[in-house]
Design a protein around this ligand. Structure first.
Ligand code: SF4
Length: 432
């Protein structure tokens, strides 16, 4: 089978000087899927107004503390951002626009559940400023959607994805999952065909991770559901590489494929280890020479910003006591200290040389372009081989890495064993 020539042109830095990616965490879902361990809650819709007030307050405070910053990208994730009223998401986009004026072509993404999409909602999202939707479809097999506890069926997902195009969205992504209990290779191929028929601009394909403490993990552990077969999962990944290459997609990141020009600019900020600010309960940030995260508990998130979310019985399963914050590192800069001592920031870690090296390698190697020696030298003042000669040599010998004068990248085999490669670089970086 012939594949189109892969486009391996370098992925340019996304965040220019002063520009950052902004992530907004929406911790609400209509129902909780049995495999999900994200920081999200069902049945607490009454908290949405206080949550939106708190998010807007956090944006305003950061806007006052960080001068000269603009939004390169904005990403509403969760949770289910499409589940909360459009006027609330529009209000948050406006506040971000006032605090961090985005470029005219800024990518502004909303994660959506198929069950939430109507033409009128999609048109309202466009009017609010969103220009990209990422839809969690997961499968086009109704039986597997039932196993995953999803609230849509395959026909509904198809219709919702088409509605987005009819409403005017020109950048649509969808997520699929593979390696599911009892999923056959044929079912996976049928789901990929169904996805391609919808002409998405971008797809994210994730192998199921059984997360401890989730109902699905318990069902598998207790033998109520078949354990997913790892070898079959690897075959599914290889089948995806072939199917999406044949359809003209670039496999630009381990789990992501895009038509040329439709790579996720927001996620590229993470993979290139560029600065981003996370807003909302549990959201992580990398900025001001530090990694930090907001308190995970929605209750304490809202309270820390001056909003009383309501009585404790409104919070099934949500912390009632604010977790203790570890002492701030001495290096904590004034704006970050202010948001930790009188705001939602809970954990703060200085971005040491070791941490920056480890993250640059671990995230950069996820991309098809890998880690460029020029970029590495510009960032660290030394070449890749100066720092990681031993690891690069061994991993090339093992067939997991490719190396040339431009830099290093995972081999085909290395993509299947990415965690092994990342682990080598992370250990080496922390030993420096
Ligand atoms: S819709 Fe997404 S975020 Fe919400 S529970 Fe399901 S998997 Fe988790």
């Amino acid at each position: 089978m012939t594949h189109p020539q892969a486009d391996t042109s370098p992925v340019k830095p996304v965040a220019s000087e002063g520009a950052i990616g902004i992530y907004v965490h929406v911790p609400f879902c209509e129902t909780k899927c049995p495999y999900c361990d994200f920081n999200t809650y069902a049945g607490v819709e009454q908290l949405i107004p206080a949550y939106v007030d708190a998010v807007c307050e956090e944006i305003d405070r950061w806007g006052n503390l960080l001068t000269g910053r603009s939004a390169a990208t904005i990403f509403f994730g969760g949770g289910t951002p499409s589940y909360i009223p459009v006027r609330e998401t529009a209000c948050i986009v406006d506040r971000i626009g006032a605090a961090f004026p985005p470029a005219d072509d800024a990518e502004i993404t909303l994660e959506a559940n198929p069950g939430d999409v109507t033409v009128s909602k999609a048109e309202s999202w466009l009017r609010a400023g969103f220009n990209r939707v990422s839809m969690g479809v997961q499968s086009f097999d109704d039986g597997l959607l039932g196993t995953l506890g999803r609230r849509h069926d395959a026909a509904g997902a198809r219709r919702s994805f088409e509605l987005l195009r009819e409403a005017g969205f020109e950048n649509r992504s969808l997520d699929l999952m593979f390696g599911l209990p009892d999923q056959t290779l044929q079912q996976w191929q049928d789901s990929m065909t169904a996805a391609l028929d919808l002409e998405p601009d971008h797809v994210s394909l994730y192998g199921l991770q059984l997360e401890a403490g989730t109902p699905l993990e318990a069902d598998v552990r207790l033998g109520r559901i078949t354990t997913p077969d790892e070898d079959l999962g690897a075959d599914m990944y290889l089948a995806a590489e072939e199917a999406f290459a044949d359809a003209g997609f670039r496999h630009y990141e381990i789990s992501n494929w895009a038509r040329p020009g439709f790579e996720s600019r927001h996620n590229l900020i993470y993979w290139r280890n560029e600065p981003y600010l996370g807003i909302g309960p549990g959201a992580h940030s990398s900025l001001l020479g530090h990694r930090f995260a907001d308190t995970r508990s929605p209750r304490w998130y809202m309270r820390s910003l001056g909003f009383e979310p309501g009585p404790s019985e409104d919070f099934p399963g949500i912390d009632t006591a604010r977790p203790k914050r570890a002492p701030l590192p001495d290096s904590t800069p004034v704006p970050l200290r202010a948001m930790a001592e009188n705001g939602p920031v809970d954990t703060v870690e200085e971005t040491t040389l070791q941490l920056e090296l480890a993250d640059t390698m671990m995230m950069g190697l996820r991309l098809d372009t890998g880690v460029s020696d020029t970029d590495f030298q510009a960032r660290f003042g030394r070449s890749l081989k100066d720092v990681f000669d031993l690891e690069i040599g061994e991993l090339v010998d093992q067939g997991l890495l490719e190396s040339d004068e431009h830099g290093i990248r995972l081999s085909d085999r290395g993509r299947l064993l990415g965690n092994e490669v990342f682990g080598r670089f992370v250990s080496a970086a922390h030993g420096i």
